[in-house]
Write a protein that binds this ligand. Structure first.
Ligand code: KG4
Ligand code: ZN
Length: 337
């Protein structure tokens, strides 16, 4: 079995996965959302301290499996340095104590493998990754070869939901709050700009839309003056603009790439409105749409463990000297993930 650890942001999570058949044996996650909510976003120092409390508490529950462990997997990039180090330090300690190898895992590759928990992998695959930190379309040829086809030039999808919620004084994380309000709203009430609509660029940008949301709130007299219906209508109009932007750029990629299997992953892939829009688009382009179960869309160690079972078979190991936080640089489209 492989024990996997995830601590790249505000979720402390550990999983145990059976190498032989990719079966998820144990999975637990402690989310810190409540502790960060009053700040309107994740406070790295606080997140780090909470990981230092929560990870050992979860690890206690894994003791019965210790003698069956053959490797430890841990997220080492991208993420917050001060939170990644908590998971890495724990992983190193377990690896040294049990004399087993370490498997470093790229968090975004982990999100891609959230699709295959308890399942065989499907390759090649086109993936739209929409999380709190990233918006990317990735072509996945193999475990080692994943190429970015389109990426964000500013705010990510999750971030834009979070900021929109924050501007309306609605708390954190914004994604589920906005999605819920949008269900009661009129998505055509506010005419918000669809980003890069007239640009040939195959990239994502959401900072302009964020600005348009800010101006709309100002016109309504500020967040405090907004009625419940205003909030619902603005949420719906915002969500519609995000959807149209994602669809427009995805369509361009679909015209270029023949791969039949397409997936949406990452925290924002839990959004049903966006999922439904992609169901239609995929039907049009005769692509099969794949999504992860809702519980595995946001950060979790099960996806890290699932990536790790494939990495184990390829012996992508390091010892405890060979692993550290990697401060990932922003990657351009056309480059490897
Ligand atoms: O993948 P994730 O858990 O963490 C990162 O790797 O960044 O994604 C978290 C992001 C947050 O920005 C959150 O607001 C967003 O995913 N999110 C959503 C929804 N649920 C979570 N965004 C839109 N709609 C949702 N239903
Ligand atoms: Zn994530």
């Amino acid at each position: 079995m492989i024990l996997s650890i995830e601590s790249s942001c505000d979720d402390s999570s550990i999983a145990i996965t059976k190498i032989e058949n990719n079966e998820l044996i144990f999975h637990k996650k402690i989310s810190q959302e409540e502790q960060h909510a009053s700040y309107g976003g994740v406070v790295p120092e606080l997140a780090s301290r909470l990981h230092a409390i929560d990870l050992p508490n979860i690890l206690e529950e894994c003791k019965p499996y210790f003698n069956k462990l053959r490797a430890v997997a841990v997220t080492n990039q991208p993420g917050l340095g001060v939170t990644l180090i908590e998971g890495i330090a724990m992983a190193k300690t377990i690896a040294v104590s049990l004399d087993i190898p370490l498997i470093p895992v790229h968090h975004l590759k982990g999100h891609i493998y959230s699709l295959f928990i308890d399942k065989e992998q499907i390759l090649p695959l086109l993936v739209l990754l929409i999380s709190g930190g990233h918006t990317q379309i990735i072509r996945v040829d193999s475990l080692e070869k994943m190429t970015i086809l389109a990426t964000s030039i500013d705010d990510s999808v999750g971030e834009s939901f979070d900021k929109t919620a924050k501007m309306m004084g609605l708390g954190y994380p914004g994604g589920p709050i906005i999605e819920k309000l949008a269900r009661q709203g009129d998505e055509n009430r506010f005419d918000l700009p669809v980003p890069l609509r007239n640009s040939k660029l195959i990239a994502f940008s959401l900072s302009g839309l964020k600005n348009a949301v800010r101006l709309t709130i100002e016109k309504l007299g500020g967040a405090e003056k907004m009625s419940e219906q205003d909030r619902c209508d603005l949420s719906a109009s915002f969500q519609k603009a995000v959807k149209l932007h994602l669809l427009q750029k995805s369509k361009k990629i679909f015209e270029q790439e023949r791969i039949k299997d397409f997936a949406i992953v990452g925290g924002a892939s839990a959004n049903i409105y966006i999922r439904e829009a992609y169901q239609e688009l995929c039907k049009k382009f005769q692509k099969r749409l794949h999504t992860a179960p809702l519980e595995f869309c946001s950060d979790n160690a099960a996806m890290i463990g699932r990536y790790a079972t494939e990495a184990y078979r390829k012996e992508l190991f390091v010892n405890h000297y060979g692993i550290d936080v990697i401060y990932t640089k922003k990657r351009q489209s056309g480059t490897e993930l």
